[in-house]
Design a protein around this ligand. Structure first.
Ligand SMILES: Nc1nc2c(ncn2[C@@H]2O[C@H](COP(=O)(O)OP(=O)(O)O)[C@@H](O)[C@H]2O)c(=O)[nH]1
Ligand SMILES: [Mg+2]
Length: 428
C-alpha cells in the first residue's frame, strides 16, 4: 500500500498543526525531511528541523510509531509543527515529493479497520468524536470507541447462533411432534433476543440527533414572519425581511447551539400559489426541504391563523398582534423565543437514554442493521409458532448476517466502505 499523508488538524491558521504519514515509506520519507539520524526510536517525541530541498521549513516535534504498534498497523510519523496553512502545505508537498500520496478522507481509519485494529462500530464512533459538537455527544461516542455496542452485537450473534442450532434441531422432527413444552421456551428466547435488539436500535434512534445536528425548518404561509424569526434566532440579519409577500426564495441555513446539542435551522420560501417562475422554484424547494427536515416549525400568524401539517410544531407568530393556537412567539418583542429554544432542545435532545447493556449506536447504518436483526429475530419467533423451523432458521441466519455487517466482521463490500469512510474528516 502507498504511504499516505494528510494534515489531521484542519487548514485554518492555528498555533499547532499535526501532519500524519502512514505506510511502509513513512520513516524514510520523514528522515529525508529531518535528516537520517531522526526518528530512530519508537514512540519518542523529538525536536527536529523539517526542510525541503530549498531549506528548513520549521523546527518542530516529531514522533514515530513503528508497525504494527500504531493506529493503522503501519509505520506512522506525526509532525507536530506550527499551524500556518502555507507551512503545513509546504511540508505536505515535501512528503509528496518523496513519494507519499495525499490521503483520502477517512483513509487512516480505513487502514486501521483493514488491519483489524478496530471494527466498523468503533471506526464510526471515532468519526463522531472527531466532529462532536457537544460534550454529551463525545461522551456517548466514547462508549462506541470502547466497543460496548460491538460487544453487545457479538454476544447476540452467539446467542442467535445457539438458538438457530435449536431451531434446526426441530427440522428432523415431524411438525406434528413439535411439542409445546419445548417450543415455548425457544419462542420466548427468540422474542427476548428480538426485543433487546429492538431496544438497542431505539436507543440509537433517540440519540442520533446528538451526532447528526438535526434539521429544523421554518415553514408556513408567506409573510408569516419566518425570516424574521430565523434572524432573531440566528442573532444576525441573514434573511431579507419585507412585508412584500414572497420575498424569500433561496433557502438559508444557520447552525445554532442549544443547551444539549446543535441544530441546523433553515428558512425557506412561504407556501402559496406562486406569482412567478422564480418564486415557484423557491416554493418547490421549500416542499422538498420539508421531506428532509427532522422537525418543521409551522409559522401561523396570530392575525390570520392557519392549520399546521401533521408532525409539525405549531407556532403562533407575531404574538404582539394577538393570540392564536400554538406556541406564541414575536420577533418584534422577543416574546416566546427562549421558550421556543427550550422546546426544541427538549423535543430533539432530551429523549436519549444511555443503556449500559448496549452502548449507543452512532450512525443510521448501525441503527438500520440493529433494527433489521430485531425484525428477523421476531419473525423467527413467529415462524416457530407457525411450525416452520426452516423459515425460522433462515431468519436467524439473516439476523446474524446483519450483526456481522454492523461490526464489519464479515468483509463488507468496497462501495459500502467508500460511503462510510468518505464521510470522515480528512486526516482521520
Ligand atoms: N408585528 C409583527 N410583525 C412581524 C413579526 N415578524 C415579522 N413581522 C413582519 O411581517 C412581515 C413579513 O415578515 P417576514 O419575516 O419576511 O415573513 P416571511 O415571509 O414568513 O419570511 C414583515 O413586514 C415583518 O416586519 C412579529 O413578530 N410581529
Ligand atoms: Mg421569508
Amino acid at each position: 500500500m502507498n504511504t499516505i499523508v494528510a494534515c489531521a488538524t484542519g487548514l485554518d491558521p492555528s498555533a499547532l498543526a499535526v501532519i500524519r504519514l502512514s505506510g511502509a515509506k513513512a520513516l524514510s520519507i520523514a528522515r529525508s525531511l529531518c535528516g537520517p539520524q531522526a526518528l530512530t526510536k519508537d514512540r519518542y517525541f523529538e525536536l527536529v528541523r523539517v526542510g525541503d530541498q530549498i531549506g528548513t521549513l520549521d523546527r518542530c516535534l516529531a514522533v514515530a510509531f513503528f508497525a504494527p504498534r500504531s493506529f493503522t498497523g503501519e509505520d506512522i510519523v506525526e509532525f507536530h509543527l506550527h499551524g500556518g496553512p502555507g507551512l503545513v502545505q509546504a511540508v505536505i508537498n515535501a512528503c509528496l515529493a518523496h513519494g507519499a500520496r495525499e490521503a483520502e478522507p477517512g483513509e487512516f481509519t480505513r487502514r486501521a479497520y483493514l488491519a483489524g485494529k478496530l471494527d466498523l462500530v468503533e471506526a464510526e464512533a471515532i468519526a463522531v468524536r472527531a466532529t462532536a459538537a457537544t460534550e454529551r455527544a463525545a461522551r456517548l461516542a466514547e462508549a462506541g470507541v470502547a466497543g460496548r455496542l460491538s460487544a453487545f452485537a457479538r454476544r447476540l450473534e452467539v446467542e442467535l447462533t445457539g438458538l438457530r442450532a435449536q431451531v434446526e434441531g426441530w427440522l428432523d422432527f415431524d411438525p406434528e411432534e413439535l411439542d409445546e413444552s419445548y417450543l415455548s421456551p425457544l419462542v420466548g428466547a427468540l422474542i427476548t433476543a428480538g426485543d433487546r435488539l429492538h431496544n438497542a436500535a431505539a436507543i440509537g434512534s433517540r440519540s442520533l440527533p446528538l451526532f447528526e445536528a438535526p434539521i429544523v425548518l421554518l415553514s408556513g404561509p408567506v409573510n408569516a414572519g419566518k425570516s424574521s424569526l430565523f434572524n432573531m434566532i440566528a442573532g444576525d440579519d441573514r434573511a431579507l425581511v419585507s412585508d412584500e409577500a414572497g420575498t424569500t426564495r433561496d433557502w438559508l441555513e444557520v447552525t445554532i447551539s442549544l443547551a444539549s446539542g446543535v441544530i441546523r435551522l433553515r428558512d425557506s420560501a412561504g407556501i402559496r400559489e406562486a406569482t412567478g417562475a422564480v418564486e415557484a422554484a423557491g416554493i418547490q424547494r421549500a416542499h422538498a426541504l420539508r421531506q428532509e427536515a427532522d422537525l418543521v416549525l409551522w409559522c401561523s400568524p396570530a392575525n390570520t391563523p392557519t392549520k399546521a401539517p401533521d408532525q409539525a410544531l405549531l407556532l403562533c407568530t407575531k404574538s404582539d398582534q394577538g393570540r392564536g393556537p400554538g406556541l406564541a412567539v414575536s420577533s418584534h418583542t422577543g416574546e416566546g423565543i427562549n421558550e421556543l429554544l427550550e422546546t426544541l432542545n427538549v423535543t430533539l435532545f432530551a429523549q436519549f437514554a444511555a443503556d449500559s447493556e448496549t452502548g449507543v449506536a452512532t450512525s443510521r447504518r448501525q441503527i438500520n442493521r440493529l433494527e433489521f436483526a430485531a425484525q428477523a429475530t421476531h419473525s423467527a419467533a413467529t415462524q416457530m409458532q407457525d411450525q416452520c423451523p426452516e423459515l425460522a432458521a433462515a431468519d436467524l441466519r439473516a439476523a446474524c448476517d446483519a450483526l456481522s455487517d454492523l461490526t464489519g466482521a464479515q468483509e463488507p463490500d468496497e462501495l459500502m466502505l467508500d460511503a462510510l469512510f468518505g464521510q470522515f474528516c480528512l486526516g482521520k
